[in-house]
Design a protein around this ligand. Structure first.
Ligand code: DLZ
Length: 211
């Protein structure tokens, strides 16, 4: 790895307890697909479970900040609903086990007959530990590029600080398609999506330590 460029050597972080979202734009789809695959590959290599990776798409990069904000908010609601449901079922279990004491031992269900509530590959139901926002802006002949790049970058930083959740900046701003392909590792070379996957895991883990 070039010591002057890139994120440098970092400790390997364990992502097995993390839930990560990837939100990506659809503009410049071929480049986006390679970046999303690279991010997924790095997440899985860091131990994040397949079922704890949620992928969502939006039309263009300009839509990324709102999508990140709403996805995080809905993961918080999902998590608190899950906590309430779990608490309710724990109370129900307690009540039914209390009534079991009235049964004779032959009437009680055997351990093997009791159903297991948690499926083996059940996703972790917790707010996202980090969200990776991926978009590719290719400079055209209008001012569109500058406006979208500026608004999206500021929007992503704003939601990151407002929510207090790591938002990985996976927005490529390139002058042409060739530059975009090179940064996505299309046709060989390094895929920046992999760096973003690793950054999401590192920040997801560190954010817990930072409180
Ligand atoms: C309009 C537009 C343009 C010109 N270029 C790109 C681009 O290179 N990459 C990208 O992700 N999105 C682009 N868009 C679409 C905007 O991001 C946005 O989706 C639309 O303006 C609708 O809000």
């Amino acid at each position: 790895m070039n010591p002057l460029k890139g994120p440098g050597e970092a400790q390997i972080h364990d992502g097995s307890n993390l839930r990560i979202a990837i939100v990506h734009a659809r503009w410049n789809t071929a480049i986006i697909s390679a970046l999303v695959s690279g991010a997924r590959k790095a997440l899985l290599a860091s131990g994040v479970k397949e079922e704890n990776i949620v992928v969502q798409d939006v039309p263009g990069s300009y839509e990324l900040p709102l999508a990140v904000q709403r996805m995080y908010a809905s993961s918080q609601v999902e998590s608190s609903n899950h906590t309430i449901t779990s608490a309710t079922s724990a109370v129900t279990d307690l009540l039914s086990s209390a009534s079991m004491t009235d049964l004779t031992s032959s009437e009680k269900p055997k351990e093997s007959e009791k159903t297991t509530k948690k499926a083996p590959n059940a996703p972790i139901i917790q707010p996202f530990s980090a969200i990776i926002a991926i978009g590719v802006l290719i400079k055209g002949e209008t001012m569109h590029f500058e406006y979208i790049a500026d608004a999206t970058s500021h929007g992503l930083m704003r939601v990151q600080l407002d929510l207090g959740v790591p938002v990985v900046f996976g927005l490529l701003t390139v002058l042409n398609e060739e530059q975009g392909k090179a940064r996505a590792g299309i046709g060989g070379g390094h895929c920046h999506g992999e760096d973003w996957g690793r950054a999401a895991v590192e920040l997801g883990v560190k954010r817990v330590a930072w409180g």
